[in-house]
Design a protein around this ligand. Structure first.
Ligand code: GLN
Length: 304
């Protein structure tokens, strides 16, 4: 069980790394976020959330939303239907890569790269009448924070620079693996990515991942089996082409976003969220990974 002072030490240890990475600038609005931020929050059944640094400050969750989207899809589709449209393998390529799609007939490697999340969002668009609203309801319920919003300016900024995501979606459509209008699905996907949450919100919201699928307020978000499956995919693909390095250094299922957030879990014990906007070459938070590495080292934890 980490103490508030341990978390403060973890933040202090990561401070020298500030300046060593690069804030995402391919979404112009994200480039405006101050880079000198460090936050960490941990959630346990006994103590709820504790945190250090900038852990109460909301940031753009970006690809962390891909986990919420996958969880929603698992509740709406049969297992077989879902996994015939998206794979379960690590991609070994950057998060926004197109290359494998051509060879693999429009079926993305996993749900956590952009191609996979776009297929998942397409599936949500088919089954939900108001997918953006449903996503907000989900994150508000899970985090217990009614004030969470999706930032329209960030979503619009990304839409104006969406050539690559649109290309990915159209390529999948050409293979018959995309049912709805590409533009409509892109709007939903960017709205999910533009949700603003703090480390505290995210640690609370993802508590179910360390608790056999049950949320802090004892609702079944996933079955125990589905929860294991999601954690397995996070451990193998949650940090894109940095997933192997992350497993080696940190040893927790995790998911990053280009806003600089990373969520991770120690199954049976706690959920963790770190935030620092400067990214490494794989698009993962540089200081964020270092903070998680410190947590696993100081607590002596790894799923391996
Ligand atoms: N919205 C971002 C994109 O589609 C999400 C990528 C990420 O966080 N890795 O490019």
């Amino acid at each position: 069980m980490p103490s508030p002072s341990l978390l403060q030490e973890v933040v202090a240890d990561a401070a020298p790394l500030l300046g060593g990475g690069k804030v995402a600038d391919y979404i112009p609005e994200l480039a405006k976020v101050p880079s000198q931020k460090l936050g960490i929050a941990v959630c346990t059944a006994r103590d709820g959330v504790i945190g250090a640094g900038d852990y109460q400050e909301p940031f753009s969750i970006q690809s962390i939303s891909k986990v919420f989207a996958l969880v929603q899809t698992m509740g709406l589709y049969e297992e077989r239907e879902l996994w015939q449209r998206v794979g379960k393998e690590p991609s070994g390529n950057p998060f926004n890569s197109l290359v494998q799609l051509e060879f693999e007939k429009g079926v993305p490697r996993n749900p956590f790269i952009n191609a996979g999340a776009l297929v998942i969002t397409d599936m949500l668009q088919t089954r939900l009448s108001a997918p953006r609203q449903r996503m907000l309801e989900m994150v508000r319920n899970l985090s217990g924070n009614e004030h969470i919003i999706s930032d329209r300016t960030v979503a619009m900024s990304e839409y104006q620079h969406s050539a690559r995501n649109a290309a990915i979606a159209y390529l999948m459509k050409s293979f018959g693996n995309f049912d709805n209008e590409v533009e409509q699905v892109l709007h939903t996907y960017f709205s999910h990515c533009a949700i603003r949450m703090s480390c505290a919100d995210l640690a609370r919201a993802f508590f179910f991942l360390c608790n056999k699928g049950a949320s802090l307020d004892h609702r079944n978000v996933l079955s125990e089996k589905q929860n294991r499956q999601v954690n397995a995919l996070l451990a193998t693909s949650g940090l894109y082409d940095g997933s192997g390095e992350f497993a080696y250094r940190v040893g927790m299922p995790g998911k990053s976003g280009v806003g600089g957030g990373i969520i991770a879990v120690i199954p049976g014990e706690m959920s963790v969220c770190v935030w620092s906007p400067e990214l490494d070459s794989s698009g993962n938070s540089l200081a964020g990974i270092a903070m998680l590495e410190q947590v696993s080292k100081r607590l002596g934890r790894s799923i391996f």
